[in-house]
Design a protein around this ligand. Structure first.
Ligand code: P1T
Length: 385
């Protein structure tokens, strides 16, 4: 079956005990057993819960994966994958990624004796040059957060596999509607389901999808051992949200395209980062690797940090908020918000400057979004610069 159909039905047979069409919220911590060792596949909800099982099966289907695991946050999913590492191992990552991923690499993993290095996300040769015999994971985001750089998944997978390393793709920004990394050679996918998958900014969640049985078993073991699982209600909300992923993503892409071209022509805008623009350095790769270009648009403001503050205070439809991928439009200042945990010098070096703004373009009417940006930009006179 095709994607939009699987988003609505995969993993969700009518409930066998009642016929309920929609998977119930199995709000139970435990399951009554008929006798010693006699259960119906569930014993305790940290280990397994039927609402979570439905979500795991649905997400696995959407990523063309055999195995799916749901977590209480994207970072819980990330840390479950990082549990595969041992002292002496090396992780090769890209130089633009979510600040929280950088933080767990640097502040949690490095002190345990795991080494991490970062290369220019789009430079395939740089991955080849930096990979080592002890590299266990190549960890990439594409498009990256917040600069929307693309990584060539197939090319990086070839390099990683030649060195027996697993490729992890954080597919949060694209969502499986736009990009299915396992089909391009990746081994493990991580999602913050908080974002496009749930899509309504009312749940924090994460997921791991893979075809690698060994990795699945180790990560599943950790899921139960460490316990970062979603509540049945959160699993249910996410199942409900993901049903509309295909229609939402089409509208996010359409609106983002219009917002990006509006910004590209505005005198207060220094530079627009959107892979759908022909001027974007990875536009050709985006055409090859993604079904469409996504709902995220970043731009560098012309002017000072104070002007950025004037602009964000002037927004009426876009909310100044962290996170992304919900139906409502958000504006984020990565340097002080999502990427505040990266030291200032390192951030600037990577292009996450004080005048960079990131828009999560929602599915409101695009005319209203553009009018909102226009009036907020008009508060900062170009002549002032
Ligand atoms: O917030 P959580 O569900 O734990 O997911 C972490 C995470 C992982 N990967 C990517 C690419 C992400 O963007 C995030 C979370 N990001 C934000 C909160 C943000 O505003 O960028």
């Amino acid at each position: 079956m095709k994607f939009a159909t699987r988003a609505i039905h995969a993993g969700q047979e009518p409930d066998p005990s009642t016929g309920a069409t929609i998977t119930p919220i199995f709000q139970t911590s435990t399951y009554t057993q008929a006798g010693l060792g006699q259960n119906k596949g569930y014993e305790y909800s940290r280990t397994g819960n039927p609402t979570r099982t439905a979500l795991e099966a649905c997400l696995a289907s959407l990523e063309n994966a055999h195995y799916g695991l749901a977590f209480s946050s994207g970072m819980a999913a990330t840390s479950a994958i990082l549990s595969l590492l041992r002292p002496g191992d090396h992780v090769l990552s890209c130089d633009d990624l979510y600040g929280g991923s950088y933080r767990i690499f640097e502040k949690v993993m490095r002190p345990t004796g795991v080494d991490i290095s970062y290369v220019d996300a789009r430079d395939v040769d740089a991955y080849a040059a930096a990979i080592r015999p002890e590299t266990k994971l190549v960890w990439i985001e594409t498009p990256t957060n917040p600069l929307l750089t693309l990584v060539d998944i197939a090319a990086v997978a070839q390099i990683a596999h030649a060195h027996n390393a697993l490729v992890v793709v954080d597919n949060t920004f694209a969502s499986p509607f736009l990009q299915q990394p396992l089909d391009l050679g990746a081994d493990i996918i991580v999602h913050s389901t908080t974002k496009y998958i749930n899509g309504h900014s009312d749940v924090v969640g994460g997921a791991v999808l893979t075809n690698d049985r060994g990795a699945y078993e180790a990560i599943k073991f950790y899921q139960n051992a460490a316990g970062g699982v979603p509540s049945p209600f959160d699993a249910w909300l996410t199942l409900r949200g993901v049903k509309t992923l295909a229609v939402r993503m089409r509208q996010h892409c359409e609106n983002a395209r219009r917002v990006a071209s509006f910004l590209a022509g505005h005198p207060n805008v220094e530079r627009v980062y959107y892979p759908g623009l022909e001027s974007h350095p990875d536009h050709a790769l985006a055409r090859r690797q993604m079904r469409d270009f996504g709902g995220m648009v970043s731009f560098a403001f012309k002017g000072k940090r104070e002007d950025v503050d004037t602009f964000v205070r002037g927004l009426k439809v876009f909310a100044l908020a962290e996170s992304l991928g919900g139906i409502e439009s958000l504006c984020c200042h990565p340097a002080s918000m999502t990427h505040g945990s990266i030291p200032a010098e390192e951030r600037e070096k990577r292009g996450v400057t004080d005048t960079l703004l990131r828009l999560s373009v929602g599915i409101e009417d695009a005319d209203d979004l553009i009018a909102d940006l226009e009036q907020a930009l008009a508060r900062v006179p170009v002549a002032a610069h």
